[in-house]
Ligand binder design. Structure first.
Ligand SMILES: Cc1cc2nc3c(=O)[nH]c(=O)nc-3n(C[C@H](O)[C@H](O)[C@H](O)COP(=O)(O)OP(=O)(O)OC[C@H]3O[C@@H](n4cnc5c(N)ncnc54)[C@H](O)[C@@H]3O)c2cc1C
Ligand code: SF4
Ligand code: SF4
Ligand code: SF4
Length: 415
Protein backbone atom coordinates (compact mmCIF):
# COMPACT_ATOMS: atom_id res chain seq x y z
CA UNK A 1 0.00 0.00 0.00
CA UNK A 2 1.03 3.58 -0.60
CA UNK A 3 2.84 5.24 2.30
CA UNK A 4 4.23 8.74 2.02
CA UNK A 5 7.48 8.86 3.99
CA UNK A 6 8.90 11.87 2.16
CA UNK A 7 6.49 14.55 0.92
CA UNK A 8 8.68 15.20 -2.11
CA UNK A 9 7.49 11.80 -3.35
CA UNK A 10 3.81 12.70 -3.72
CA UNK A 11 2.46 15.26 -6.20
CA UNK A 12 -1.13 14.83 -4.93
CA UNK A 13 -2.52 13.59 -8.26
CA UNK A 14 -4.81 11.13 -6.39
CA UNK A 15 -4.39 8.37 -9.00
CA UNK A 16 -3.91 5.97 -6.05
CA UNK A 17 -7.13 7.07 -4.39
CA UNK A 18 -9.18 6.85 -7.57
CA UNK A 19 -7.79 3.41 -8.48
CA UNK A 20 -8.13 1.75 -5.05
CA UNK A 21 -10.70 -1.04 -5.44
CA UNK A 22 -11.55 -0.91 -1.71
CA UNK A 23 -12.03 2.90 -1.64
CA UNK A 24 -9.86 2.98 1.43
CA UNK A 25 -7.66 5.95 0.50
CA UNK A 26 -8.60 9.47 1.59
CA UNK A 27 -6.79 12.63 0.51
CA UNK A 28 -6.08 14.60 3.70
CA UNK A 29 -4.81 18.15 4.13
CA UNK A 30 -1.47 18.59 5.91
CA UNK A 31 -0.34 21.53 8.04
CA UNK A 32 0.95 23.37 4.93
CA UNK A 33 -2.45 23.07 3.18
CA UNK A 34 -1.55 20.35 0.63
CA UNK A 35 -3.40 17.05 0.24
CA UNK A 36 -1.80 13.59 0.66
CA UNK A 37 -3.25 10.08 0.54
CA UNK A 38 -4.00 8.29 3.79
CA UNK A 39 -4.84 4.59 3.78
CA UNK A 40 -7.41 2.97 6.04
CA UNK A 41 -5.21 -0.02 6.84
CA UNK A 42 -8.13 -2.06 8.23
CA UNK A 43 -9.93 -1.95 4.87
CA UNK A 44 -6.79 -2.33 2.71
CA UNK A 45 -6.32 -5.78 1.11
CA UNK A 46 -2.73 -5.05 0.09
CA UNK A 47 -3.38 -5.51 -3.62
CA UNK A 48 -0.59 -3.04 -4.52
CA UNK A 49 -2.63 -1.24 -7.19
CA UNK A 50 -2.11 2.17 -5.57
CA UNK A 51 1.67 1.83 -5.84
CA UNK A 52 1.47 0.63 -9.44
CA UNK A 53 -0.51 3.69 -10.62
CA UNK A 54 1.60 6.26 -8.75
CA UNK A 55 3.45 8.43 -11.30
CA UNK A 56 6.17 9.36 -8.83
CA UNK A 57 6.84 5.78 -7.71
CA UNK A 58 7.02 4.80 -11.41
CA UNK A 59 8.39 7.83 -13.22
CA UNK A 60 8.46 7.74 -17.03
CA UNK A 61 11.43 8.60 -19.20
CA UNK A 62 12.21 12.11 -20.41
CA UNK A 63 11.16 12.57 -24.02
CA UNK A 64 12.27 15.18 -26.51
CA UNK A 65 9.51 17.01 -28.37
CA UNK A 66 9.06 16.43 -32.12
CA UNK A 67 8.65 20.09 -32.99
CA UNK A 68 7.86 23.42 -31.39
CA UNK A 69 5.90 26.34 -32.86
CA UNK A 70 4.69 29.74 -31.73
CA UNK A 71 0.92 30.38 -31.94
CA UNK A 72 -1.53 33.22 -31.37
CA UNK A 73 -5.34 33.08 -31.35
CA UNK A 74 -7.05 35.30 -33.95
CA UNK A 75 -10.19 35.83 -31.85
CA UNK A 76 -9.78 38.93 -29.64
CA UNK A 77 -11.99 37.67 -26.76
CA UNK A 78 -10.35 34.25 -26.71
CA UNK A 79 -6.85 35.72 -26.79
CA UNK A 80 -7.56 38.20 -24.00
CA UNK A 81 -9.33 35.54 -21.90
CA UNK A 82 -6.33 33.18 -22.10
CA UNK A 83 -3.05 33.37 -20.24
CA UNK A 84 -0.74 33.19 -23.22
CA UNK A 85 -1.65 32.71 -26.91
CA UNK A 86 -5.06 31.04 -26.46
CA UNK A 87 -4.10 27.61 -27.81
CA UNK A 88 -6.12 25.70 -25.22
CA UNK A 89 -9.49 27.17 -26.28
CA UNK A 90 -8.69 26.48 -29.94
CA UNK A 91 -7.85 22.83 -29.19
CA UNK A 92 -11.01 22.57 -27.07
CA UNK A 93 -13.20 23.99 -29.87
CA UNK A 94 -12.03 21.28 -32.23
CA UNK A 95 -12.72 18.54 -29.68
CA UNK A 96 -16.18 19.90 -28.78
CA UNK A 97 -17.05 20.18 -32.51
CA UNK A 98 -16.48 16.43 -32.80
CA UNK A 99 -18.75 15.67 -29.84
CA UNK A 100 -15.83 15.28 -27.44
CA UNK A 101 -15.28 16.12 -23.78
CA UNK A 102 -12.79 18.59 -22.31
CA UNK A 103 -11.28 18.27 -18.81
CA UNK A 104 -9.65 21.27 -17.14
CA UNK A 105 -9.40 23.45 -14.04
CA UNK A 106 -12.08 25.95 -12.99
CA UNK A 107 -13.01 27.94 -9.89
CA UNK A 108 -15.95 26.53 -7.93
CA UNK A 109 -18.44 28.72 -6.01
CA UNK A 110 -16.02 29.08 -3.07
CA UNK A 111 -12.99 29.98 -5.22
CA UNK A 112 -11.42 26.56 -4.82
CA UNK A 113 -9.62 25.43 -7.97
CA UNK A 114 -11.13 22.12 -9.08
CA UNK A 115 -10.93 19.87 -12.11
CA UNK A 116 -14.13 19.32 -14.05
CA UNK A 117 -15.29 18.42 -17.55
CA UNK A 118 -17.44 20.10 -20.20
CA UNK A 119 -19.10 19.05 -23.44
CA UNK A 120 -19.92 22.58 -24.61
CA UNK A 121 -17.81 25.61 -25.38
CA UNK A 122 -19.63 27.57 -22.65
CA UNK A 123 -18.39 25.05 -20.10
CA UNK A 124 -14.86 25.22 -21.49
CA UNK A 125 -14.78 29.02 -21.17
CA UNK A 126 -14.42 28.77 -17.37
CA UNK A 127 -11.30 26.61 -17.80
CA UNK A 128 -9.44 29.34 -19.64
CA UNK A 129 -6.65 31.17 -17.88
CA UNK A 130 -4.01 29.88 -15.49
CA UNK A 131 -4.98 29.50 -11.86
CA UNK A 132 -1.81 29.33 -9.80
CA UNK A 133 -3.16 26.93 -7.19
CA UNK A 134 -3.12 23.13 -7.18
CA UNK A 135 -6.46 21.98 -8.55
CA UNK A 136 -8.49 19.32 -6.79
CA UNK A 137 -8.59 16.57 -9.40
CA UNK A 138 -11.34 14.67 -7.45
CA UNK A 139 -12.69 11.79 -9.62
CA UNK A 140 -11.64 13.17 -13.02
CA UNK A 141 -9.57 10.09 -13.96
CA UNK A 142 -12.53 7.80 -13.29
CA UNK A 143 -14.81 9.96 -15.41
CA UNK A 144 -12.26 10.35 -18.21
CA UNK A 145 -11.85 6.57 -18.36
CA UNK A 146 -15.62 6.10 -18.72
CA UNK A 147 -15.81 8.58 -21.59
CA UNK A 148 -12.82 6.97 -23.28
CA UNK A 149 -14.34 3.49 -22.94
CA UNK A 150 -17.56 4.86 -24.46
CA UNK A 151 -15.54 5.94 -27.49
CA UNK A 152 -15.82 9.70 -26.87
CA UNK A 153 -12.89 11.94 -27.74
CA UNK A 154 -11.36 13.30 -24.54
CA UNK A 155 -9.09 16.34 -24.25
CA UNK A 156 -7.49 16.16 -20.81
CA UNK A 157 -5.56 19.24 -19.64
CA UNK A 158 -3.60 19.68 -16.44
CA UNK A 159 -0.18 19.96 -14.84
CA UNK A 160 2.44 17.48 -16.07
CA UNK A 161 1.98 15.43 -12.87
CA UNK A 162 -1.81 15.33 -13.36
CA UNK A 163 -1.34 14.10 -16.92
CA UNK A 164 1.28 11.59 -15.72
CA UNK A 165 -1.21 10.46 -13.04
CA UNK A 166 -3.95 9.99 -15.65
CA UNK A 167 -1.68 7.94 -17.90
CA UNK A 168 -0.59 5.69 -14.99
CA UNK A 169 -4.21 5.40 -13.84
CA UNK A 170 -5.46 4.33 -17.29
CA UNK A 171 -2.68 1.75 -17.73
CA UNK A 172 -3.28 1.60 -21.47
CA UNK A 173 -3.20 4.08 -24.32
CA UNK A 174 -6.42 5.29 -25.94
CA UNK A 175 -6.43 6.62 -29.52
CA UNK A 176 -9.34 8.93 -28.54
CA UNK A 177 -7.39 10.63 -25.71
CA UNK A 178 -5.54 13.89 -26.36
CA UNK A 179 -3.53 14.94 -23.30
CA UNK A 180 -2.18 18.45 -22.91
CA UNK A 181 0.04 19.79 -20.13
CA UNK A 182 2.16 22.93 -19.79
CA UNK A 183 5.63 23.98 -18.78
CA UNK A 184 5.05 24.04 -15.05
CA UNK A 185 6.55 26.42 -12.51
CA UNK A 186 4.88 24.44 -9.68
CA UNK A 187 1.75 24.88 -7.61
CA UNK A 188 0.89 26.63 -4.35
CA UNK A 189 -1.57 24.71 -2.18
CA UNK A 190 -5.24 25.43 -1.54
CA UNK A 191 -4.50 26.19 2.14
CA UNK A 192 -2.22 29.18 1.43
CA UNK A 193 -4.53 30.35 -1.38
CA UNK A 194 -7.48 30.59 1.01
CA UNK A 195 -5.41 32.43 3.63
CA UNK A 196 -4.59 35.02 0.98
CA UNK A 197 -8.22 35.22 -0.18
CA UNK A 198 -9.35 35.83 3.40
CA UNK A 199 -6.92 38.75 3.60
CA UNK A 200 -8.37 40.19 0.38
CA UNK A 201 -11.87 39.84 1.78
CA UNK A 202 -10.85 41.58 5.01
CA UNK A 203 -9.42 44.55 3.15
CA UNK A 204 -11.74 44.70 0.18
CA UNK A 205 -10.52 47.15 -2.37
CA UNK A 206 -6.90 46.59 -1.42
CA UNK A 207 -4.90 48.39 1.21
CA UNK A 208 -6.15 51.79 0.12
CA UNK A 209 -9.89 51.26 0.52
CA UNK A 210 -10.71 49.17 3.59
CA UNK A 211 -14.30 47.92 3.54
CA UNK A 212 -16.21 48.55 6.74
CA UNK A 213 -18.86 45.90 6.18
CA UNK A 214 -16.73 42.92 5.16
CA UNK A 215 -19.72 40.58 5.34
CA UNK A 216 -21.13 42.19 2.25
CA UNK A 217 -17.96 41.62 0.24
CA UNK A 218 -18.74 39.20 -2.59
CA UNK A 219 -16.03 38.15 -5.03
CA UNK A 220 -17.42 37.80 -8.55
CA UNK A 221 -14.26 37.13 -10.55
CA UNK A 222 -10.54 36.40 -10.13
CA UNK A 223 -7.90 36.51 -12.82
CA UNK A 224 -4.28 35.64 -12.14
CA UNK A 225 -3.28 36.80 -15.60
CA UNK A 226 -5.35 39.80 -16.70
CA UNK A 227 -3.96 41.24 -19.96
CA UNK A 228 -6.61 43.93 -20.45
CA UNK A 229 -4.98 46.53 -18.20
CA UNK A 230 -1.26 46.56 -19.08
CA UNK A 231 -0.99 43.75 -21.63
CA UNK A 232 0.50 40.25 -21.53
CA UNK A 233 4.05 40.90 -20.36
CA UNK A 234 2.91 43.14 -17.48
CA UNK A 235 -0.07 40.99 -16.55
CA UNK A 236 -2.18 41.80 -13.50
CA UNK A 237 -3.74 39.85 -10.67
CA UNK A 238 -7.32 41.15 -10.65
CA UNK A 239 -10.20 40.59 -8.24
CA UNK A 240 -13.68 41.72 -9.19
CA UNK A 241 -16.56 41.91 -6.76
CA UNK A 242 -19.05 43.99 -4.92
CA UNK A 243 -18.82 45.50 -1.45
CA UNK A 244 -20.77 47.84 0.75
CA UNK A 245 -18.68 50.61 -0.83
CA UNK A 246 -18.81 49.68 -4.52
CA UNK A 247 -22.33 48.20 -4.63
CA UNK A 248 -22.19 46.77 -8.13
CA UNK A 249 -19.54 44.37 -9.34
CA UNK A 250 -16.33 46.27 -9.99
CA UNK A 251 -12.57 45.83 -9.95
CA UNK A 252 -11.74 45.60 -6.23
CA UNK A 253 -8.02 45.21 -6.70
CA UNK A 254 -5.59 44.98 -9.58
CA UNK A 255 -1.89 44.52 -9.02
CA UNK A 256 0.79 44.16 -11.65
CA UNK A 257 2.07 40.65 -10.97
CA UNK A 258 5.42 41.80 -9.56
CA UNK A 259 3.57 43.84 -6.91
CA UNK A 260 0.96 41.26 -5.95
CA UNK A 261 1.81 39.41 -2.69
CA UNK A 262 0.44 36.02 -3.79
CA UNK A 263 2.25 36.17 -7.15
CA UNK A 264 5.49 37.31 -5.46
CA UNK A 265 5.42 34.26 -3.19
CA UNK A 266 4.57 31.97 -6.11
CA UNK A 267 7.26 33.30 -8.46
CA UNK A 268 9.89 33.29 -5.68
CA UNK A 269 9.11 29.60 -5.00
CA UNK A 270 8.12 30.38 -1.39
CA UNK A 271 5.16 28.02 -1.01
CA UNK A 272 5.14 25.44 -3.79
CA UNK A 273 4.26 21.81 -3.14
CA UNK A 274 7.36 19.89 -1.97
CA UNK A 275 7.22 17.59 -5.05
CA UNK A 276 7.58 20.68 -7.32
CA UNK A 277 11.11 21.33 -6.04
CA UNK A 278 12.18 17.90 -7.34
CA UNK A 279 9.65 17.47 -10.12
CA UNK A 280 9.71 14.06 -11.78
CA UNK A 281 7.05 14.80 -14.42
CA UNK A 282 8.39 17.64 -16.54
CA UNK A 283 10.52 17.33 -19.68
CA UNK A 284 8.17 15.06 -21.59
CA UNK A 285 7.99 12.49 -18.75
CA UNK A 286 4.22 12.94 -18.34
CA UNK A 287 3.50 11.33 -21.72
CA UNK A 288 1.40 14.32 -22.87
CA UNK A 289 0.68 14.77 -26.58
CA UNK A 290 1.19 18.53 -26.42
CA UNK A 291 2.89 20.86 -23.93
CA UNK A 292 1.88 24.53 -23.86
CA UNK A 293 3.92 27.45 -22.58
CA UNK A 294 4.23 31.20 -22.67
CA UNK A 295 6.52 32.33 -25.46
CA UNK A 296 8.35 34.83 -23.23
CA UNK A 297 11.11 36.49 -25.20
CA UNK A 298 9.09 36.63 -28.43
CA UNK A 299 9.07 40.45 -28.22
CA UNK A 300 12.85 40.46 -28.65
CA UNK A 301 13.02 37.58 -31.11
CA UNK A 302 10.02 38.35 -33.34
CA UNK A 303 8.85 41.90 -32.59
CA UNK A 304 6.49 41.95 -35.61
CA UNK A 305 4.57 38.89 -34.36
CA UNK A 306 4.40 39.90 -30.68
CA UNK A 307 1.71 42.52 -29.96
CA UNK A 308 1.63 42.18 -26.16
CA UNK A 309 -1.65 40.23 -26.12
CA UNK A 310 0.05 36.84 -25.71
CA UNK A 311 1.86 34.21 -27.72
CA UNK A 312 2.09 30.52 -26.81
CA UNK A 313 4.75 27.96 -27.43
CA UNK A 314 3.32 24.63 -28.60
CA UNK A 315 5.61 21.66 -27.97
CA UNK A 316 4.38 18.76 -30.11
CA UNK A 317 5.33 15.51 -28.37
CA UNK A 318 3.51 12.75 -30.30
CA UNK A 319 1.93 12.01 -33.69
CA UNK A 320 -1.50 12.53 -32.11
CA UNK A 321 -0.33 15.92 -30.85
CA UNK A 322 0.95 16.76 -34.34
CA UNK A 323 -2.45 16.00 -35.91
CA UNK A 324 -4.19 18.18 -33.30
CA UNK A 325 -1.67 21.02 -33.78
CA UNK A 326 -2.14 20.92 -37.56
CA UNK A 327 -5.86 21.47 -37.07
CA UNK A 328 -5.37 24.66 -35.02
CA UNK A 329 -6.89 27.71 -36.68
CA UNK A 330 -4.38 30.29 -35.43
CA UNK A 331 -1.52 32.55 -36.51
CA UNK A 332 1.81 30.76 -36.30
CA UNK A 333 5.44 31.78 -36.05
CA UNK A 334 8.76 30.00 -35.84
CA UNK A 335 9.93 29.28 -32.30
CA UNK A 336 13.44 29.72 -31.06
CA UNK A 337 13.79 28.14 -27.66
CA UNK A 338 17.54 28.60 -27.23
CA UNK A 339 18.10 30.26 -23.88
CA UNK A 340 14.42 30.05 -22.97
CA UNK A 341 15.29 29.14 -19.35
CA UNK A 342 16.32 32.76 -18.90
CA UNK A 343 12.75 33.86 -19.62
CA UNK A 344 10.69 30.92 -18.42
CA UNK A 345 10.53 29.50 -14.87
CA UNK A 346 8.84 26.33 -16.16
CA UNK A 347 12.00 25.34 -18.05
CA UNK A 348 14.08 25.25 -14.88
CA UNK A 349 14.92 21.74 -13.76
CA UNK A 350 15.36 22.65 -10.11
CA UNK A 351 13.54 25.28 -8.05
CA UNK A 352 14.82 26.89 -4.87
CA UNK A 353 13.48 25.10 -1.78
CA UNK A 354 15.36 26.95 0.89
CA UNK A 355 15.11 29.23 3.87
CA UNK A 356 12.33 31.33 2.29
CA UNK A 357 9.96 28.35 2.29
CA UNK A 358 11.06 27.26 5.76
CA UNK A 359 10.57 30.79 7.14
CA UNK A 360 7.12 31.14 5.56
CA UNK A 361 5.65 27.90 6.90
CA UNK A 362 7.41 28.27 10.26
CA UNK A 363 5.77 31.67 10.74
CA UNK A 364 2.35 30.40 9.62
CA UNK A 365 2.77 27.61 12.18
CA UNK A 366 3.40 30.29 14.81
CA UNK A 367 0.03 31.83 13.98
CA UNK A 368 1.25 34.79 11.90
CA UNK A 369 -0.83 36.03 8.98
CA UNK A 370 -0.16 35.23 5.29
CA UNK A 371 1.25 38.73 4.67
CA UNK A 372 3.45 38.78 7.77
CA UNK A 373 4.88 35.33 6.97
CA UNK A 374 5.46 36.29 3.34
CA UNK A 375 7.20 39.54 4.29
CA UNK A 376 9.60 37.63 6.54
CA UNK A 377 10.20 35.03 3.83
CA UNK A 378 10.94 37.67 1.21
CA UNK A 379 13.08 39.83 3.50
CA UNK A 380 16.76 39.88 2.66
CA UNK A 381 18.73 37.14 4.49
CA UNK A 382 20.54 38.34 7.63
CA UNK A 383 23.98 38.00 6.06
CA UNK A 384 22.94 40.33 3.18
CA UNK A 385 21.62 42.85 5.69
CA UNK A 386 24.80 42.50 7.81
CA UNK A 387 27.00 42.93 4.72
CA UNK A 388 25.03 45.99 3.67
CA UNK A 389 25.42 47.45 7.20
CA UNK A 390 29.16 46.73 7.19
CA UNK A 391 29.64 48.39 3.79
CA UNK A 392 27.78 51.49 5.03
CA UNK A 393 29.89 51.65 8.20
CA UNK A 394 33.15 51.33 6.24
CA UNK A 395 32.00 54.04 3.82
CA UNK A 396 31.14 56.31 6.78
CA UNK A 397 34.58 55.76 8.40
CA UNK A 398 36.41 56.48 5.11
CA UNK A 399 34.25 59.59 4.53
CA UNK A 400 34.88 60.84 8.10
CA UNK A 401 38.66 60.25 7.82
CA UNK A 402 38.84 62.12 4.49
CA UNK A 403 36.88 65.04 5.97
CA UNK A 404 39.12 65.13 9.09
CA UNK A 405 42.24 65.12 6.89
CA UNK A 406 40.78 67.94 4.76
CA UNK A 407 40.01 69.90 7.91
CA UNK A 408 43.59 69.40 9.23
CA UNK A 409 45.03 70.60 5.90
CA UNK A 410 42.72 73.63 5.99
CA UNK A 411 43.69 74.32 9.63
CA UNK A 412 47.48 74.08 8.97
CA UNK A 413 47.05 76.34 5.94
CA UNK A 414 45.52 79.09 8.10
CA UNK A 415 48.39 78.96 10.62
C1 LIG B 1 0.20 26.27 -12.07
C2 LIG B 1 0.67 26.67 -13.45
C3 LIG B 1 2.04 26.92 -13.66
C4 LIG B 1 2.48 27.29 -14.94
N1 LIG B 1 3.80 27.55 -15.12
C5 LIG B 1 4.24 27.94 -16.35
C6 LIG B 1 5.60 28.26 -16.57
O1 LIG B 1 6.43 28.24 -15.65
N2 LIG B 1 5.98 28.60 -17.82
C7 LIG B 1 5.08 28.65 -18.86
O2 LIG B 1 5.48 28.97 -19.98
N3 LIG B 1 3.80 28.36 -18.68
C8 LIG B 1 3.35 28.01 -17.45
N4 LIG B 1 2.03 27.71 -17.27
C9 LIG B 1 1.14 27.64 -18.44
C10 LIG B 1 0.70 28.98 -18.99
O3 LIG B 1 0.38 29.85 -17.92
C11 LIG B 1 -0.52 28.83 -19.90
O4 LIG B 1 -1.57 28.20 -19.21
C12 LIG B 1 -0.25 28.02 -21.11
O5 LIG B 1 0.76 28.66 -21.85
C13 LIG B 1 -1.50 27.82 -21.96
O6 LIG B 1 -2.01 29.04 -22.29
P1 LIG B 1 -3.23 29.25 -23.27
O7 LIG B 1 -3.30 30.71 -23.54
O8 LIG B 1 -3.14 28.34 -24.44
O9 LIG B 1 -4.48 28.72 -22.49
P2 LIG B 1 -5.14 29.17 -21.13
O10 LIG B 1 -6.56 29.45 -21.40
O11 LIG B 1 -4.38 30.19 -20.43
O12 LIG B 1 -4.96 27.82 -20.33
C14 LIG B 1 -5.93 27.23 -19.60
C15 LIG B 1 -5.53 25.79 -19.40
O13 LIG B 1 -4.77 25.69 -18.20
C16 LIG B 1 -5.41 24.74 -17.36
N5 LIG B 1 -5.21 25.16 -15.97
C17 LIG B 1 -5.42 26.38 -15.47
N6 LIG B 1 -5.12 26.37 -14.16
C18 LIG B 1 -4.77 25.12 -13.84
C19 LIG B 1 -4.38 24.48 -12.63
N7 LIG B 1 -4.27 25.13 -11.47
N8 LIG B 1 -4.09 23.17 -12.67
C20 LIG B 1 -4.19 22.47 -13.83
N9 LIG B 1 -4.55 23.02 -15.00
C21 LIG B 1 -4.82 24.34 -15.00
C22 LIG B 1 -6.87 24.77 -17.77
O14 LIG B 1 -7.48 23.57 -17.44
C23 LIG B 1 -6.76 24.96 -19.26
O15 LIG B 1 -6.51 23.75 -19.87
C24 LIG B 1 1.55 27.38 -16.00
C25 LIG B 1 0.19 27.15 -15.78
C26 LIG B 1 -0.25 26.81 -14.51
C27 LIG B 1 -1.73 26.56 -14.29
S1 SF4 C 1 -3.05 -1.79 -1.53
FE1 SF4 C 1 -4.95 -1.98 -2.73
S2 SF4 C 1 -6.56 -1.92 -1.21
FE2 SF4 C 1 -4.74 -1.22 -0.18
S3 SF4 C 1 -4.82 1.00 -0.35
FE3 SF4 C 1 -3.65 0.24 -2.10
S4 SF4 C 1 -5.11 -0.01 -3.73
FE4 SF4 C 1 -6.27 0.17 -1.83
S1 SF4 D 1 1.70 10.94 -6.35
FE1 SF4 D 1 -0.46 10.56 -6.77
S2 SF4 D 1 -0.62 8.34 -6.89
FE2 SF4 D 1 1.33 8.79 -5.93
S3 SF4 D 1 0.92 8.74 -3.73
FE3 SF4 D 1 0.68 10.83 -4.36
S4 SF4 D 1 -1.47 11.09 -4.82
FE4 SF4 D 1 -1.07 8.88 -4.78
S1 SF4 E 1 6.22 21.28 -10.83
FE1 SF4 E 1 5.95 19.10 -11.20
S2 SF4 E 1 5.11 18.28 -9.30
FE2 SF4 E 1 4.79 20.50 -9.27
S3 SF4 E 1 2.73 20.80 -10.10
FE3 SF4 E 1 4.19 21.01 -11.79
S4 SF4 E 1 4.30 18.98 -12.65
FE4 SF4 E 1 3.38 18.74 -10.66
Amino acid sequence: MIQIKDKHDCCGCSACQQRCPRHCITMREDSEGFFYPEVDTDACVDCGLCERVCPLANPGNPKHWMEVIGAKNRNEDELLGSSSGGVFINLARNVIAEGGIVFGAVFDGSWNVVHTYADSIDGVWAMMGSKYVQSDINDSYIKAERFLEDGRIVLFTGTPCQVAGLNRYLRKSYPNLLSVDFLCHGVPGPGVWHMYLDEIRRSAGGTTRPCEDTNRMVITGISFRDKRIYGWDKYCFVVRGSTAVTGESAVLMSDVYVDNPFMKGFLNDVYLRPSCYRCKCKGGVSGSDITLADYWGVKTLLPDFADNRGVSLVFVNTDKGKTAAERLDMDFCAANINGLERYNGGMKAVLREGWRRRTFFHELGDGRSFSAALNSALAKPWYNTALHGLRKAVRRIIFKRTNDEDRNIDASATH
